[in-house]
Design a binder for this molecule. Sequence first.
Ligand code: UGA
Length: 437
Amino acid sequence: MRITVIGCGYLGATHAASMAELGHEVLGVETDEARRATLAAGEVPFYEPGLAELLGRHVASGRLRFTGSAAEAADFGDLHFLCVGTPQSASGLGADVSQVDAAIDALAPHLTRPALVVGKSTVPVGTAARLAARLAELAPAGERAELAWNPEFLREGFAIKDTLEPDRLVFGVGSASAERTLRDFYAPMIDAGSPVVVTDFATAELVKVAANAFLATKISFINAVSEICEVTGADVVDLADAIGHDARIGRRFLNAGIGFGGGCLPKDIRAVLHRAGELGVDDAMSFLREIDDINQRRREYVVGLATSMLGDSLIDRRIGVWGAAFKPDSDDVRDSPALWIAGHLQLRGAQVSVYDPRAGESARRVFPTLTYASSALEAATDADLLLHLTEWPEFRELSLDQVGSVARGRRLLDGRNVLDLAAWRAAGWDARGLGRR
Ligand code: UGA
């Protein structure tokens, strides 16, 4: 099929390249000229494993092109995927949907023949119904220009796999023909076993935020339990293993540590909290404020613990930080707990040297005053304390002898609870985790 993908950020670039991989002719619509030029050159302006290769291959094959023109998009395809960003609004907790509105306003006046516009962006419940009416009003094709809502659940670091082998497909539709079009389009995934849930707009919109709110709740739950472990001497990893064996609970997303970050979980819990307030059911989601607070407390706790490990003063103390990205296999530092901690330790007077295998450049743009090292050992050199804050595999493979030979003090704080603390302790380190025995 000939499709367009409107908005070529993380979600859009991945969707566009993955759909080209399935054999579709794809036109990516990107209004940011610099980003468009990068993509058109077959390059990806962020790090996602495998994406640069996939996108480059399909730009070269001609199956994937980019434009800035909504008129060209309307002329090119009959299926338009809306993948623009919906960041937290600058003025509050709600989502800023201005890019979604702008995309519809740009595209709709050019839709002269029947078309299906498929929203994938994460939006406040009620947005799709509003956009459907706007689309029908602005499009020369009238009601034959239809909307569907098809939320995306991809994780950074696994974006291509999650797009090509989704664990579920959700179709929020207003007609049987929209459902048929989506079933045809996604036939390879459906045939391969991805379950489909067909529903209305509001449910489809809510599925996405409910999923992210649940994941955030799971993480903050275990982090709250970790706080109790910290004052009782219990071990949160053993505890998570034990409760995780209960199939009703499950072990995934029960890793206690410095908490969640990124461009999705934090903003989505705030957006749903805000939307519930607008809808007059504030109490329904008010627990998410506590989920956010627990998450924030983890960062503050680590700054306090690091300070106390160094004798309550950070002045002239050197801290090596391993990790800046909000999670491994990503160069994304949006709302990253690792970078937050590094920055706050520096603000309290420490000399902080940060190393991240991929996120050094993006971290430097956000926090230019930190020192950025080009290897884990360089960050550890002369450090009085080492902080492990993003669990890249290379940090688990470091030689303790080498680290010990460059560091000044033998103090380690594992903010992700994945290092072998027993091995570090055996090598003479004061090695601590969060909520660990
Ligand atoms: C999240 C969801 O997992 C995706 O399903 C969703 O599509 C996406 O948001 C989105 O809305 O677009 P992502 O932000 O890529 O994906 O990252 P996650 O893997 O969910 O991790 C989020 C944060 O939670 C990271 O900072 C991670 O370190 C942290 N985390 C995760 C924990 O602290 N503990 C855990 O046990 C798991």
